[in-house]
Design a protein around this ligand. Sequence first.
Ligand code: B1M
Length: 234
Amino acid sequence: MTEESEEIILSELSTEELVEQMHDDLYDGLKEEIEEGTAILLDRDWSADRVLNEALVKGMRIVGIDFRDGILFVPEVLLSANAMKGGMAILKPLLAKSGVKPIGKMVIGTVKGDIHDIGKNLVVMMMEGAGFEVIDIGINQSVEDFFAALEQHRPDILGMSALLTTTMPYMKVVIDEMIASGIRDDYIVLVGGAPLNEEFGVAVGADAYCRDAAQTAEIAPQLIMERREAVASA
Ligand code: B1M
């Protein structure tokens, strides 16, 4: 952090300047500043959704580009991720409406070999906000881990996340094992993550590919409703 940036008083910035400053602070991995900026934007009547997308996710995109281009390295990106999580922790209770009867249950995890969890955590928040009960089993999850969670929690939906081209094929390993065990049709399987696309979702045998957290929270209730209607009319 430069001396100059130490002198910046976030609450005195205009909203536009504050959002730009938050992008810089995310880049520099400044968790406390991100938490403060998040609180200020909420105070200025920004919705939690808007803070998430315009201040945090947009800032993280810049981090991603510089990580890809070799300008930022793993330790710096970890600091950015940590700062992002600080902001997300403030937004979480606002995104998750309390007291709503769950409309369904989802088990979600990041697949084996993959430790990225920011996107998955956003999906968890948005799904909770949409009225789902979500059991987040974390990162680096094997077939056995997913199966144990399905057995224990009996969700409507299994969600899997992967951020690496090397780990995304593991989703098919899980789904193939579900088919082999005769449990595939007991669950709606949703997959997501930056390197995936519709075609990949179809190829691995998922019920749907989810582009982002908001779309996941839209698709999930639709698929649950279709499924319940199909069961009722069977
Ligand atoms: Co990683 N990393 N990383 N990384 N990292 C990427 C993914 C990469 C694209 C960067 C790059 O080169 N541009 C690249 C992958 C390249 C590839 O596979 N083609 C990469 C690499 C190479 C690596 C390492 C191999 C680097 C190394 O060690 N040499 C290593 C791998 C570690 C491992 O997993 N085994 C690694 C490590 C890390 C950190 C630990 C430093 C850190 C992760 C910290 C953490 O997650 N706690 C990290 C980060 C932060 C990133 C970037 C910069 C940001 C990812 C992120 O959080 N995005 C990323 C570059 C990028 O994507 N821009 C990169 C923000 C998030 C909100 O978006 O995750 O896409 P996203 O989630 C979205 C959607 O995809 C969707 O909804 C989310 C919210 O809207 N979604 C789902 C995601 N999961 C879903 C599940 C669903 C539904 C929707 O289920 C139903």
